[in-house]
Write a protein that binds this ligand. Sequence first.
Ligand code: 5AD
Ligand code: SF4
Length: 438
Amino acid sequence: MRYHVTTFGCQMNEHDSEHMRGMLESLGYEPAPQRSDADLILFNTCSIRETADNRLIAHLGEAKRLKREDPTRVIGVGGCWAQSIKEEVFARFPFVDVAFGPGQVHRLAEFLASDSLSAQGYFEFEGFTGELPEKRSRSFQAWLQISVGCNCACSYCIVPSTRGREVSRPIADLLEQAQRMVGDGVREITLLGQNVNSYGRDLRPSRASFAQLLGELDAIDGLDRIRYTSPHPKDMREDVIRAHAELPSLCEHIHLPLQSGSSRVLRAMRRTYDRERYLDRVALIRERVPDVALTTDIIVGFPGESEAEFEDTLSLVEQVSYDGAFTFLFSPRRGTEAALATEGIVPHAEKVARLERLVELVQRCARERAQRFVGRTVEVLVEGTSRTDPDRLRGRTRHNKVINFSGLARPGELALVDVHSATSQTLAGEERLLARAG
Ligand code: 5AD
Ligand code: SF4
C-alpha cells in the first residue's frame, strides 16, 4: 500500500503530517511519489487563509477524479479546515472516506488498522483555536501490528475480501519487537489488528491467545502502557477482561465496536452477536473493571435501518453511556454484501440527520462520564504543549482522555495531575509537583 500526504498551513500541521508518515510507515505503507500512485490520499488542511481553501478545493477535485478511476482508493481529509466543517465534509465532498481533526493522527491509525480503510466516518474533533507550533517527539509511543486479515464476514466491510483470512504474527516476534521498542524509549504500545482478541488461534504448532500476549507484554520492564484496537464483541472473553483488572500496564480503556443497537440490523450486518449479548459483555466488563472507559464504533443508515431501529441504537448508547464513540455514515463498498441492497436504502439526508442526533447523544454521555474524573489525581503520559495555550501541557490519561494541564513535566514523562474540570473531549487540571510519577 502506498500513501501520499499534502500539507497546508502551519508548522503544527507539518508536525502532524510527520507523525502521520511515521505512523503509516510503521503500518507498512510506503510513500508514493505522486497522488495518482497512492492507495491512500491524505490532505492535512488549514482554515486560516482563504487562498489555501481554494487551493485545497482544486486538489480535492483531482482526488475525486482519482477516486472515480479506482474506487478502492481511500481519501482522507484532516486538520483545521476539516474540523471547521465537520460532518458537512461528507455532504459537500461525498468521495471523502474519512475526516479527522488536528492532532487526531492517533485515531487515523486506529481507523486504518481496525476494520476499514474504506468507511466514511469522522473522528470527534477537539477544541482548537490557533496556530501553535508544538514541540514534541512521539518516540515514546508506538504501534504494533499483531495480525492482518479477518475471519469475520461483516456484510458492510471490505476487509475480508481485501485482506483475506486472519494471520497472526508469532508471539515471540511480537515480544522481541516490543522489547526493542522499549529499549528505544517507547513507554506506550498500541496493539493493532482487525480483530485483536482472536489473535493467536491460527498459530501453529502452538496456539497463543490474546490474553497470553497481553500478559507477556505486561512483563516487559519499562513498558508502562499497553492499549489495543479493535476487539470484536463476540470474542471478548473473561480472560481479556480479567487482564484489564490484573495487569498494571494494560490501560483502563476498551474500544468495543457496537455498529448498531438493533438485533435485526446486527443480524443483517452479520455481526454474530445481538443487543442482549453485547450488553451482557458490557455488564461483565463493568463488573470486573468498574472504572473502565468504554468507547465504540457505530454505523448509521445501514440499508433497511428503520427509524425505530435507529432509536434502538440511541437507547443502547444511552444505557451504556460511552466515554466516546466514532460514528460513521453507512457507505456501500464494492464487493460487500451490503452494497448489493436495493431496498431500504436510507437517503443521504436522513443518514446525516441520524448521525447528528447520535453525535449529540454521544457527546452528552461523554461529558457526563468525564465528570467522574473531576477531583481525582490521574496518571498522564505527556505528549507536548496544549494546542490552545502554549504555557500548558497536553497528555493522555490511561482512560485515553486528552488532558490539558499546567506543570513542568516534559513530553514522554508520566505526570500525576489533579483534574479540575471535564468536557466531553478533554480534561483540565494541574500537575502535582511533589509527587512525580516517573
Ligand atoms: N460504512 C460505514 N462504516 C463502516 N465501517 C466499516 N465499514 C463501513 C461501511 N461500509 C466502520 C465500522 C468500523 C469502523 C472502523 O468503520 O464502524 O468499526
Ligand atoms: Fe470487517 Fe467485521 Fe472483520 Fe471488523 S470484524 S474487519 S468489520 S469483517
